[in-house]
Design a protein around this ligand. Structure first.
Ligand code: SP5
Ligand code: ZN
Length: 382
């Protein structure tokens, strides 16, 4: 018999492994990649060893939910990119753009004129056309992995629409930097935005997205910028200091019908649990009078005190408390993985957050080995 009934369902597939970047660049210099397959494996293993969780496989959902959010050109590019590299017989095993269409290039030209510029045909030009930055190399298995990350998000959504109070999608690659017509920041499709759109379409309710990754979710903000029915709330490092640099400021509140449905909360350098949780409480006040029964969480652990991103300073105990406060909102939760790169702590941080969200005590990781727990069928409560 399970120690906890109901268990929190964790949607996971190992199909993410084909997206296995080895290097990214830091100021142009090659450095070891942060967003690696071990991340998802570590979180999966930590949750599989805890009887509060049950791992389930995703189901395929096809292209339609992706096209409800993304430009068909982005989908086509990601599908065609690796085969195009192969046709060119370039001696390399990854694809990264080095030329991007940035704002100064089009200065003074009308929006309609700029929108009518044609997509290049060369693969280097196409990669820049659909990309934000050089931190997300395309590998042979990237497209398949990115498609499965969307299916993980949509299966998680189905579970919650089917009556689960909360479910967690172990999405990899992550999604929140991907805009309607742009990949970037380790992201290809915006898993959380696709989930939110699917919820709106199926329920007709308003949906809120809470983004607690250390980076501003510029893609999610862009996708719902003019939408009143999807509220985007993000806590993140000040973009003056940290990627994505060009969006994430507090005056970005949405436009048109979406005015007021976008809220950014940049944090000060090395903000700790207390500072973060105080800002979280402020941010969640915006949710109080917002209709809708489901909250999508873009969950990142790159706010961790020892994360290589190195901007904020949260602890494992802080994650449990953050999860607890989000769970206590009384909304059903579609929780989707975004960033988090400290491999040694990722498992415990995910476990702490999710146990908090499920109203469970923070487990004492050292108390009983996983094998013993399975035999005894119970988890010691502190
Ligand atoms: C989903 C997500 O967390 N995306 C983050 C994308 C960040 N892209 C640039 C990161 C550069 C960090 N390189 C590590 C160097 C640490 N000093
Ligand atoms: Zn991040």
């Amino acid at each position: 018999m399970a120690a906890y009934d109901p268990q929190v369902k964790v949607v996971h597939t190992d199909r993410h492994r084909g997206h296995d970047p080895r290097v990214e660049t830091y100021l142009g210099e090659p450095v070891p990649a942060c967003e690696v397959p071990e991340r998802a494996q570590i979180i999966r293993d930590a949750l599989a060893a805890d009887e509060a969780f049950e791992i389930v496989e995703p189901a395929g959902h096809g292209s339609e939910p992706i096209l409800a959010v993304h430009d068909p050109g982005l989908l086509r590019f990601l599908e065609e990119a690796w085969p195009a590299v192969q046709r060119q017989r370039i001696e390399r095993d990854f694809l990264v753009a080095d030329t991007y269409p940035t704002r100064g290039m089009f200065q003074g030209m009308s929006e309609a004129f700029v929108a009518a510029r044609p997509e290049p045909s060369a693969i280097g030009g196409r990669t820049g056309w659909w990309g934000l930055d050089s931190s997300n190399p395309i590998r042979p298995g990237t497209y398949d992995a990115a498609r499965w990350a969307v299916d993980v998000a949509l299966t998680t959504t189905d579970l919650v629409l089917g009556g689960e109070t909360a479910a967690y999608g172990l999405c990899r690659p992550p999604g929140h930097h991907a805009a309607a017509a742009m990949a970037g920041g380790y992201c290809f499709f915006n898993n959380a935005a696709i989930a939110a759109q699917a919820i709106v379409a199926k329920t007709g309710e308003r949906v809120a997205i809470l983004d607690v990754d250390v980076h501003h979710g510029n893609g999610t903000q862009q996708i719902f910028w003019r939408r009143q029915d999807v509220l985007y709330i993000s806590l993140h490092a000040d973009p003056k200091r940290l990627y994505p640099f060009f969006l994430g400021h507090p005056d970005e509140i949405g436009e048109g019908p979406g005015r007021g449905a976008n809220r950014n909360f940049p944090m000060s350098l090395r903000a700790d649990d207390a500072a973060y949780l105080a800002t979280l409480d402020n941010a969640l006040e915006r949710l109080a009078d917002e209709p809708g029964s489901i909250l999508v969480v873009s969950l990142g652990f790159d706010t961790y005190e020892k994360d290589p991103i190195g901007d904020l300073a949260l602890t494992t105990a802080g994650y449990h408390e953050m999860g607890r406060r989000v769970g206590a909102l009384g909304r059903r939760l579609v929780i989707l993985q975004e960033g988090g790169y400290h491999l040694g702590a990722l498992g415990e941080n995910a476990r702490a957050w999710l146990r908090g969200a499920a109203g469970l005590p923070a487990a004492d990781a050292a108390a009983v080995p996983a094998a013993d727990r399975a035999v005894r069928g119970t988890i010691p409560r502190p």
